[in-house]
Design a protein around this ligand. Structure first.
Ligand code: FPP
Length: 238
């Protein structure tokens, strides 16, 4: 059972382990990505049902550009097919689709598909689904610094709030929980600034095997945590 007053507003997921899932079965890595993409609908639906307001998925990192060309090409094809197939679901479920990252590096046809999906879903009022595409946390921070300098802002006017508004995640709720699958216990350049006070949940399950049940376990685990944001626990003596 989940506590309805402690639902995380914003959950980020590092969907890791597609390659290993495939290799363990003697399949090409790309088959793992295909199965991983199939996992998305169940997890997105679960997040919506539970009342998560924003779900951010680490779909393609800046580092992922260094993978073999045919793996990158197939990931792009999967992304295109995913967006085309899920568009009507987004509209039906009221999902707002948004991206973060250097999307201008993506193939032109995917950029226009993204723009179209973002525009057409922007008036929806359900959960916001954020795809981190060609994304790196340090790169996002550096781009925000450049924007600040170009805007001519005075150093004294740079605050956490004003800096937040220069990040790709501007306007999104603060990140409560980061889930990483596949047994790795690293942040891997995902939402570095936004994750300053996030809780982490790690599981050995590979992304293509990550089910709604396991997602609920992660949320229950999160609900047991006492989030203090650096302060003392409530009721502590001074
Ligand atoms: C990590 O597995 C996963 C990725 C690099 C891609 C994640 C993408 C999806 C789940 C598909 C959804 C994305 C789109 C674009 C619709 P890995 O290959 O690093 O696995 P490994 O660590 O076992 O090699």
């Amino acid at each position: 059972m989940l506590l309805h007053d402690r639902i995380p507003n914003h959950v980020g997921i590092i969907m890791d382990g597609n390659g290993r899932w495939a290799e363990m079965r003697g399949l090409p890595r790309i088959e793992g990505h295909r199965r991983g993409t199939e996992r998305l609908r169940e997890i997105i639906e679960a997040a919506m049902e539970i009342g998560v307001k924003t779900l951010t998925l680490y779909a393609f990192s800046l580092e992922n550009w260094q993978r073999p060309q045919n793996e990158v090409r197939t990931l792009m094809r999967l992304l295109e097919a995913y967006l085309r197939k899920e568009f009507s679901e987004f509209m039906e479920k009221g999902i707002v689709f948004r991206t973060i990252g250097e999307t201008w590096r993506l193939p032109e046809n995917i950029q226009s598909l993204i723009r179209e999906t973002e525009e057409k879903t922007s008036g929806n009022n359900g959960m916001t689904l954020v795809a981190a595409l060609s994304y790196g946390g340090r790169n996002e921070i550096i781009r925000a610094v450049k924007k600040a300098i170009l805007s001519g802002i005075k150093p004294d006017d740079i605050t956490e709030d004003s800096f937040n508004s220069l990040l790709d995640t501007s306007g999104l709720p603060s990140l409560d929980l980061i889930i990483r699958t596949s047994g790795e216990r690293r942040i891997s350049n995902f939402l570095l600034w936004q994750g300053a006070y996030s809780e982490f949940y790690f599981t050995d399950t590979l992304w293509p095997d990550f089910t709604k049940e396991e997602f609920l376990i992660a949320l229950r685990d999160y609900q047991m945590r006492e989030r203090r944001f650096g302060a003392l626990p409530a009721g502590s003596r001074t």
